[in-house]
Design a protein around this ligand. Structure first.
Ligand SMILES: NC(=O)c1ccc[n+]([C@@H]2O[C@H](COP(=O)([O-])OP(=O)(O)OC[C@H]3O[C@@H](n4cnc5c(N)ncnc54)[C@H](OP(=O)(O)O)[C@@H]3O)[C@@H](O)[C@H]2O)c1
Length: 349
């Protein structure tokens, strides 16, 4: 946010924001793809904070998201990516798409694809054999959570799924057990789900953290896709024996030189890394695919994940280094965590 807004006390801002119209925040691009195609756009602020998505009437929230999408359309956008909770509040765009005359995507398919690749890479780095690993997915019945679970559960020995609604968990557990050999179990409480897991993927829409670092095993991998985060970034100060990283993040190396002096890189956690939802929107624009690509909760298939992964690779997007907030894991950090994991595994033999 600009300095004007950041000087306003948070409580006043929280009260003030919902009465503001959408704001054109910053222009994005031009982003030039590996293949030479070019895309430009802009980031609009839908003036709501995460807590507003819970405290305000849902009709008012949807109205604000629609107004923001319609502003994008008036400004000439051909596709709109719904970042953060703006997709969560309207069934990943499905509930507003009819009232908007522009293509919409939640960006969740590429976000899920990135998280899957990140977990595979993290396991390799730590020498953790996926086929013997226990995975916990928090927010497993959500759009991203269910997509990553469907792809990764068949590759791990045990899968624990957690969320608050037990009926939805039960239904999803049944689907998973039909389609994979992984031992599937349901857990309602997050601390129970994470305390024996080698790998934790977390993608809840909670507005506060849900994972206590003290519950995690030495050598655990935590891919935290949620925004706001599901585990505090202070975790690196208290647990240097676990790999907790920002998940669902794309790396686009040309941004380092292209974006350095540009304001729009302030949208990213670190200069070459882009949130998966924004990356998907840019990739679709680079590919000229102005369509409702990721829309409606629970509809992300493995084929769509492969499709967006192929498209994003073709345009130069991939996964990058592991970051926890602004702090990158160094080879020394990785070696230390690997050692902790090895010691834990040895103690089990
Ligand atoms: N990294 C990125 O680039 C990126 C891109 C897109 C989205 N995101 C973020 O990813 C997260 C998930 O998005 P989504 O669209 O998949 O959301 P979603 O479809 O609404 O799913 C949220 C899931 O979290 C569960 N949940 C909510 N509160 C919980 C709690 N306290 N404990 C355990 N489970 C809880 C929900 O189930 P119950 O209601 O049954 O608990 C549901 O399974 C959001 O934080 C979003 O901002 C990040």
């Amino acid at each position: 946010m600009g300095p004007g807004i950041s000087n306003i006390p948070p409580r006043v801002l929280e009260h003030l924001l919902p009465s503001l119209p959408p704001i054109r925040y910053v222009d994005i691009g031009p982003v030039v793809s590996l293949g030479g195609s070019e895309a430009r756009g802009f980031a609009l602020l839908c003036p709501l904070m995460p807590q507003h998505f819970v405290t305000l009437p849902s009709s008012r929230v949807k109205q604000k998201v629609k107004a923001t999408v319609n502003l994008a359309s008036r400004l000439g956008a051909k596709i709109v990516g719904l970042g953060g909770f703006t997709s969560v509040c309207c069934d990943e765009g499905r509930e507003i798409v009819e009232d908007c005359d522009v293509a919409i995507t939640s960006g969740n398919t590429l976000t899920a694809a990135l998280a899957i690749q990140e977990v595979i890479r993290a396991s390799k780095l730590l020498d953790l054999e996926l086929e013997n690993a226990k995975m916990a997915v928090i927010g497993a019945t959500g759009d991203i959570g269910s997509a990553v679970t469907r792809v990764l559960a068949p590759r791990v020995a045990e899968t624990v799924i957690a969320a608050r609604n037990y009926d939805r968990l039960n239904e999803f557990a049944h689907e998973l057990s039909v389609n994979s050999n992984s031992k599937i179990s349901i857990v309602k409480y997050v601390h129970e789900a994470v305390r024996e897991a080698d790998i934790i993927l977390t993608a809840t829409n909670a507005v506060t953290t849900v994972i206590d670092p003290a519950d995690l095993l030495p050598g655990a991998i935590v891919c935290d896709i949620a925004i706001p985060h599901n585990i505090s970034r202070e975790v690196r100060n208290v647990r240097n024996d676990i790999l907790v990283f920002d998940g669902g993040i794309a790396s686009y190396p040309p941004l380092e030189s292209m974006g350095k002096k540009r304001r729009w890189t302030s949208l990213f956690p670190v200069p070459t890394q882009i949130y998966g939802c924004l990356a998907e929107t840019i990739v679709l624009a680079l590919d000229g695919r102005y369509e409702n690509f990721s829309i409606g909760r629970g509809r992300i298939t493995e084929d769509r994940i492969s499709l967006i992964w192929e498209m994003s690779g073709r345009h130069g997007f991939s996964i990058g280094a592991f970051y926890c907030g602004e702090s990158e894991y160094t080879p020394t950090d990785i070696a230390r965590i690997k050692d902790k994991l090895r010691t834990r595994k040895r103690s089990l033999c």
